[in-house]
Design a protein around this ligand. Sequence first.
Ligand SMILES: Nc1ncnc2c1ncn2[C@@H]1O[C@H](COP(=O)(O)OP(=O)(O)OP(=O)(O)O)[C@@H](O)[C@H]1O
Length: 478
Amino acid sequence: MAESQRLFKKTTISFDQMIDVLNNSSDGIMVTDHLGNVTYVSPVAYQNMGLPESEMIGRNVDDLVKEGRYDHSVVMEAIIKGERTTGIVTVKEGNRVVSTCTPIFDENHKMVMTVTNVRVESLMDKYLDELNSVKAKSRRYKSAIEYIGSLDKNRNAIIAESPSMIEILSYLEKVAWTNSTVYLQGESGTGKEVLSRFIHNESQRCNEPFIPVNCAAIPTELLESEFFGYEKGAFSGALTKGKPGFFEMADTGTLFLDEIGDMPLNLQTKLLRTIESGEVQRLGGTNLIKTDVRLIVATNKDLALKVKDGSFREDLYYRINVIPVKIPPLRERIEDIVPIAEHFISQFNKKYDTGLSLTSEMKKTLEAHSWPGNIRELRNLIERMVIVPGSINDIAELTIAVPTSEPVLDSTAIQEKVAQHSGDLKSLVKAVEKEYITKLLNEKEWRINEIADILGIHRSMLYRKMQELGIQKKVGVK
Ligand SMILES: Nc1ncnc2c1ncn2[C@@H]1O[C@H](COP(=O)(O)OP(=O)(O)OP(=O)(O)O)[C@@H](O)[C@H]1O
């Protein structure tokens, strides 16, 4: 005896209660005898079958088909086959119902009755749609997890001691709660990605995916499929199962588009359309997929200039320029330099099992440097200091060995200086610095702010350097 039957015998459920159970089942239920005469129909079943109870009870299902109420009878099929049968029945009014009829046998294997579950087809479609959308969501999450897993994870710490960064963080904390697009502008390595993660973590979407994308790092021919995904067989080399793009992966979360200024014009058009409608169409696909994505974009370029020269769409520029935030370069937030350096020192000391610490001399040297590569340059420098121990007091020596993205000065004067030089490296660097600063002072008639901008350093640093290098204004010069 089945466990449920045993339990049923033990409990005191009455016949009326059993009828209540059948009447309240969300599937319609119809019972017939072994010949197909209807003996019970639940309210949901006669609603679905389009006939009142009184016109069904006692009727044979074959007769109902002959009268044109239904196009065929799944019950009769099940009785003839003697096994559970499922089929779609069209009701006279045009509705379609999915029926599953199960014959019931006694202990002598004689069929005694049938019980049929009746569901409206459109409801089944709804369940299927829901199931498919859950499956698609889990596929998107899987892709997002794989993608995020391939990225550098050690990027969350934010050190901010300078007034400008403290102010920026408190501003971003406030705007994080809106869904508006944030547009971060700042030199390379100033922490735009770190700040975009901060916005995401402070937002209502913090438990949803954060998808960072460096637009400049994706080969042009892959940009479209990476952004918008593709269906199976969309192009040769496509995965057989198809793939969701960045927008689908970031659905309900945040999409961070770094280096947006490097995006080709044709993709800018598609991006704008997607941002405005929230809908994506995969390559090779026909469906429009609705997405809900919070966008954060960043660039180290002057997008307004790119709009002027025609390489960036004006409408896209205005669409993303909702909450613009300018991140100052490291040289303009001197208070951050030592704390960030110490943060990296503790990271690298752990990694390399070393015990480097900064002397006050080193701190001064770090603060005096102009950091054209910003925090990334500082990080690389600290790693190098940890790996190659020794007294490092002159950043100029190190930065010669550490490549930065700053253009190298193209000057025959430098070559001449090198050719003439016979002393140590430090004095050569000083001589070149003195040559260049003096040249600019003469050319720009001592307009200090302008020269500091050209050199990419703060005016107070320029004064400090001039003092160090012994550059003085001659009496009589204005
Ligand atoms: N305030 C900060 N505190 C600690 N580390 C930071 C901070 N800002 C940036 N970093 C670190 O500096 C490095 C560069 O930061 P990030 O990649 O965010 O810069 P970016 O402006 O996005 O650079 P790019 O424009 O080149 O993409 C990373 O290793 C990051 O973890």
